[in-house]
Ligand binder design. Structure first.
Ligand code: GLU
Length: 422
């Protein structure tokens, strides 16, 4: 046996491959095609030496994985996290391929990551890290090649630095090289809320199909970053009762409902939701098992596992995070009659809005917030029902994720066949 590749032993990568194989078996894809799909087209590793404020140099490692470009340029975010590994980045890039395919947008899948704890860097150090990382991958990205965006712990400011660095290298304002830019640099204000808005949309549509609508239903949201907070916000706007939310410091619970706008204020002022007064403190684990109608895991991977899945009481789960549910847990939940709207469908609002931003940048025009969100609502509501109906018609013995994967992979495979790659 030859020794494994740098991504092959990673548990997140192994989970992604398992999901791919399950869908491939249903589609009847031969092993050689699965082998093609299992690997990224390109995986770049870069070294980022940063001069710290204390005068010393710290070395960080970063990656960009370009999984598949059959449907268009690679597209996907870049995350900063101390636990980033090349395997995780490859897995996330594969999920982007499926997500973009399922969303019906003209993109392949890519993802980047830097192994760093951004909370430990000063603003100047963070800027240097961001500029150097992007300069190091500049030859591999571009408006028609690979278009990054934010992910965990990166934001519009990070995109502004990337955009500026890249524009200096190529000698013109390359608006289309990254998305989710600040509004003053060709971004859409609606991009900020779009992933959470999309998660809320799919939860709303799933609730209509499964539990008689959203009005008055109780909701728990794990994670109160860019995704969780806006999912909570829109669900509350549409009449749901948000009873629990959490962040990395812990959770808060009030069976009578939380005032989400107030929670947002507390989070912005004190950097955590736990300082919100009118609620009981709970742990992130307890939040997942609360007696609620709808659960939104919007924090990190692998939080719903075979261990806690039997105790989960929600009837509808909409995945804000990428990969929060393991395949074993997915099966347990399905057998209990829980509908799990899979990440590649539920959290596609961000990348779909990215596509709206990118295409408008290239045409030199802009959209209002309202137009942009209405468009996203139409696209995602449509996509949800397309996948849901296909699932119920053909694959109802499997979790909804399997149907989403089958549809997504099939589109990529058809494009690869047409191009003569397989
Ligand atoms: N990072 C987000 C995701 O996982 C957005 C990607 C994008 O807009 O390109 O879908």
């Amino acid at each position: 046996m030859s020794s494994p590749l740098i991504y092959e032993n990673d548990p997140t990568y192994q989970m992604a491959v398992k999901q791919l194989k399950e869908a491939a078996a249903i589609l009847g894809l031969p092993d050689d095609v699965v082998e093609v799909l299992r690997h990224p087209e390109k995986l770049v590793q870069v070294k980022i030496p940063v001069r710290l404020d204390n005068g010393k140099i710290a070395v960080f490692l970063g990656w960009r994985s370009q999984h598949n470009s059959a449907l268009g340029p690679y597209k996907g975010g870049i995350r900063y996290h101390p636990s980033v590994t090349p395997g995780e980045v490859v897995a996330l890039s594969m999920w982007m391929t499926w997500k973009n395919s399922l969303a019906g947008i003209p993109y392949g899948g890519g993802k980047g990551g830097v192994r760093v704890d951004p909370k430990k860097l000063s603003p100047r150090e963070l800027e240097e890290l961001s500029r150097k990382y992007f300069a190091a991958i500049a030859k591999d990205v571009g408006p028609d090649v690979d278009i990054p965006a934010p992910d965990v712990y990166t934001n519009p400011q990070t995109m502004a630095w990337y955009f500026d660095e890249y524009s200096k290298i190529v000698g013109y304002n390359a608006w289309g090289v990254v998305t989710a830019k600040p509004v003053d640099l060709g971004g859409l204000h609606a991009r900020e809320v779009s992933t959470g808005f999309g998660v809320a949309l799919t939860a709303r549509e799933a609730a209509k199909k499964w539990i008689g609508g959203i009005e008055g239903k109780t909701v728990a949201v794990q994670g109160f970053g860019n995704v969780g907070r806006y999912a909570a916000y829109y669900l509350a706007q549409w009449g749901a009762k948000i009873v629990a939310v959490s962040d990395s410091k812990g959770g808060i619970y009030n069976p009578d409902g939380l005032n989400i706008e107030e929670v947002m204020k507390v989070k912005d002022e004190t950097r955590t939701v736990i300082n919100y007064k009118d609620a009981k403190r709970i742990s992130n684990e307890e939040l997942l098992e609360l007696d609620v109608d709808i659960l939104i895991p919007a924090a990190i991977e692998n939080v719903i596992t075979e261990k806690n899945a039997p105790r989960i009481k929600a009837k509808v789960i909409s995945e804000g995070a990428n990969g929060p549910t393991t395949p074993e847990a997915d099966r347990i939940l399905h057998d209990k009659g829980v509908v799990v709207v899979p990440d590649i469908l539920a959290n596609a609002g961000g990348v779909t809005m990215s596509w709206i931003e990118w295409s408008h940048n290239r045409m030199g025009c802009f959209l209002t917030d309202e137009e942009a969100l209405n468009r996203l609502d139409k696209i995602m509501t449509n996509n949800f029902h397309r996948v849901f109906d296909e699932w119920q018609k053909k694959y109802s013995n499997y979790p909804m994720r399997v149907a989403a994967y089958v549809i997504a992979i099939d589109r990529v495979v058809r494009a690869m066949k047409l191009r003569g790659w397989i």
